[in-house]
Each structure stands twice: as C-alpha cells, then as structure tokens.
Design a protein around this ligand. Structure first.
Ligand code: DOR
Ligand code: ZN
Ligand code: ZN
Length: 444
C-alpha cells in the first residue's frame, strides 16, 4: 500500500491509552496507526518529534455568524479560528441574520459555508414556522433544534406552551435533540424591568437579571417537556450547581438529558466580571466559585457530557457600552478552548482521557457526527498535534477570529496545538493557516 501521508515518531491517543506509533492518511481517512516499521510508504512523510496526536475537537456550540452578521465573524475567519485552536468540526448555532429556521435558510447558509470553511461545519436549526417543516430540515441534515427560552428566535413563542410541546414531540419523533438556552422569559423580563426602573446599569445588575433561579426554572420546564415527549434534551452552557442537580436527578428518573459546560464557566467566576467588566459579560453569566466547583465535580461524575466553547464573537464596539443592557453578551472561544483545557491536564486537574471524551468522542456520539471523534482506522483524518509542554501566553490580538478580545487575554497556558489536520489535509501549521477555504466538509 502507498498512502498520501505518513506521520512518524509520534504518540497517538487511542481508546486504551497512548501508544508510540505513527499514523498514515489516505484519501482523507486514517489508513493505519502502527509502529513505524509497519506503516505504509507515502508520498509525504512528517516527523512529529515525539509530539502527541489527539482527535480533532468537535465543538458543539459555535456562533459562526456570517450573512447579515458578518461584521462579527464569517465562515472563513470563524473556521480559521477553529483550525488555529485545534477544532476540526464546529456545530453552528441558528441565531443568525436571517435566522436558520427553514430548509431555504439552511441551504443558503450551507452553500456559503462550503465555499469558505477550513474545518467541517454542521448546523442546528431554530424551530420553523410550520411544524411539518421540521422533518425536511432534518432530512436536509441539521443536527438538532436549538430553542432559546428567554426570547423568540424562530417559529415558536416561548410562552406558547401548547406549540412548544408539539415541537418537542415532533423532535422526539424525528429522533433528534432539542438544545436549549435555559433562561425563563417571564422571570428575566420582570427582573430586567425592575432593575432598569431603579436606574441600575452596572455589571452586577446583569448578573441579577440573568439569575440562577431563571436558569433552573427553564431547565425544569424543558425537562418536563422532554419527559412528556420522550425526546432528547441537550442543555447548553450549564452554569450553576442547582442546574446540575436538576439535570442529574432528571437523568436518574430516566429522562434523556445531556448537557454541556464551557471553559469560561469552569475557569472564571463573577470575580472576573468585577475585574474585567463588559468583556467578561456572557449569557449565562459567570457565576460563584461554588457553582464553578460544582461544574468540575459534575464533569468528574460524568453528568457533564461535553465541553463546548460557545464561541460568541462580537465587534469590540458592541462590548464597550456605557450601559450593561446594551452590551452584546459573549466572547470568542475557539482559539482558547484547547490550550485552557491542556493547561488543566498539565496541572493534574483534568484527565487526558476525560478531555478527549468530552471534546471529541461524546460530541460525535450525541450529535451523530459519523466516523469522527476518535482516532481509528477508516475514520476521517481529523486530528491535532499538540506540544503538551509548551508554555505561552494567550494574546487575543493574534486571534484569527474577528473578535480580538477575550477574558483569558494575557493568561499563561501550558500546552499548544501545533498542527491541525482536517480530512487528511494540514490546515494549520505552527500558528499559520496553510490551506485554502473550502477544505472543510458540510456534515449532514
Ligand atoms: O452570551 C451569549 N452570546 N449568550 C447567548 O445566548 C447568545 C450568544 C450570542 O449569540 O452572542
Ligand atoms: Zn445560549
Ligand atoms: Zn451560544
């Protein structure tokens, strides 16, 4: 056999541990993982000097924007950020302009993504205007429906209980997950009005408006919808201890609930909001240190299924506002997720096996990304090469994302992605993007 590419002198992460081996790639797939003597010959050979090969990250929560919001990010800059950060597949959220909520809007978005992306892209849809279109949207290839409780995005009013149940039931029938942004609309709105009436526009008012209580209330609501409909509920960016308790007990009751946490909720708390101000505002907000500790505990216990970035780029001018109510919540995360987590591995706070599980293997299983998420012969050659020992400083001015700010700016991290391969092609090498857009596949 003659392969396209052989990577030799590496350590390769496999299900049962790390092996000293090489990896051969042919036609975009992993052709073999073997000791050097047993690898095929190849057109191209690269010596990895003992560095570690891990599966590429599958980031299940990304806002790539583009179209009407391309001033914040577009498919090219967003997927350059992904490649640079070690993310080989992103799942794109639907709160775009136009909202992704129909076969037509999906088709258009997928077309733009196909021409401009360096990593693989899959899509979520919001609920469509017509219930019956849910089937067509899934047949087109969307990976699930995202439902935003605090405000209507898509075809269903969060306060229309009856429709909500029908849409959840249809998702169950179609065997796809409903992902939620958990925040109770009524509670948020009344708190928001009260704070505004009292002239509050400081960062702590933001934390009060987006309270743990309203997160928990929405999760309970969604758990009941999942229980009654028999479907799969995925809770995005869980931020609080009580939310984890609700999810954990729902699961014990047999409700099909999975959940995700972000690196920022694991590593930052409301203290950083005090220190950094508007840059650190995100929704759900950074919570208490007790909440933070609970996320780590639930990650260890296996209640947390995945870690995802919630990459939410904005223009800097949208962050720097006088009133907290005008600040766009969120910040970019694609270029920090891997180094932040590798740092925790180096500190002994996170097992490498857990990291791979929650950033590659489980997202592939939960969202049915076929033949990706682990390193195995016959699987797509989506992988990263990491230098576990490299210490460096996060510098958001070097981001590929259009959003050149981060609450992690200036932080020293240990562990660096030095190469990113997507479908067998080297797309990022030592910080440089070395492929043209169009390399990424649209995953359906
Ligand atoms: O902080 C956030 N940013 N939370 C959201 O739910 C939306 C997101 C965005 O799209 O910017
Ligand atoms: Zn959200
Ligand atoms: Zn989000």
């Amino acid at each position: 056999m003659f392969a396209d590419l052989v990577l030799k002198n590496a350590k390769v992460y496999l299900a049962d541990g790390i092996v000293e081996a090489g990896l051969a790639v042919d036609e975009g797939r992993i052709a073999s993982i073997a000791k050097e003597a047993n690898l095929p010959s190849a057109c191209e050979k690269v010596d990895l000097k003992g560095h570690l090969i891990l599966p590429g990250i599958i980031d299940a929560h990304v806002h790539l924007r583009d179209q009407g919001l391309k001033y914040k990010e577009d498919f090219f800059t967003g997927t350059c950020a992904a490649a640079s950060g070690g993310v080989t597949t992103v799942l794109d959220m639907p709160n775009n302009a136009p909202v992704t909520m129909s076969v037509d809007s999906l088709k258009e978005r997928a077309g733009i993504a196909a021409r401009n992306s360096l990593v693989n892209v899959a899509f979520y849809s919001a609920f469509p205007e017509q219930l019956e279109e849910m089937r067509d949207i899934i047949e087109f290839g969307a990976k699930g429906f995202k439902f935003f409780f605090p405000k209507q995005i898509g075809g269903v009013d969060p306060e229309d209980e009856e429709s909500l149940f029908r849409y959840f039931r249809k998702a169950a029938e179609l065997n796809v997950p409903v992902l939620i942004h958990a925040e109770d609309k009524g509670f948020f709105e009344s708190k928001f009005e009260e704070l505004k009436r009292n002239g509050r526009c400081d960062v702590s008012a933001f934390l009060e408006a987006h309270s743990v209580y309203s997160e928990v209330k929405a999760i309970k609501h969604a758990v009941e919808l999942a229980r009654m409909s028999g479907g799969h509920l995925h809770v995005c960016h869980v931020s609080a201890e009580q939310s984890m308790d609700v999810i954990s007990s729902a699961r014990q009751d047999g409700v099909n609930v999975t959940c995700e946490v972000t690196p920022h909720h694991l590593l930052l708390s409301s203290r950083e909001v005090d220190l950094l101000g508007f840059i650190a505002l995100t929704n759900p907000p950074l919570r208490s240190e007790r909440d933070q500790a609970s996320l780590w505990l639930n990650l260890e216990r296996g209640i947390v299924d995945i870690i995802a970035s919630d990459h939410a780029p904005h223009a800097l001018s949208e962050k720097k506002k006088d009133s907290v109510w005008e600040v766009a919540p969120g910040f970019p995360g694609l270029e920090t997720i891997v180094p932040l987590m590798l740092t925790q591995i180096n500190r002994g706070r996170l097992a490498l096996s857990k990291f791979v599980q929650v950033t590659s293997k489980r997202p592939a299983e939960i969202f049915r990304i076929e033949k990706r998420g682990i390193l195995k012969e016959g699987y797509f050659a989506d992988f990263i090469v990491v230098d576990m020992k490299k210490e460096w400083k996060i510098d958001s001015s070097n981001f590929c994302s259009k959003a050149k700010f981060s609450p992690f700016d200036g932080r020293t991290v240990k562990g660096k992605v030095i190469k990113t391969f997507v479908n067998g092609r080297l797309v990022m090498d030592e910080g440089e993007i070395v492929e043209k857009p169009g390399m990424g596949k649209i995953i359906r």
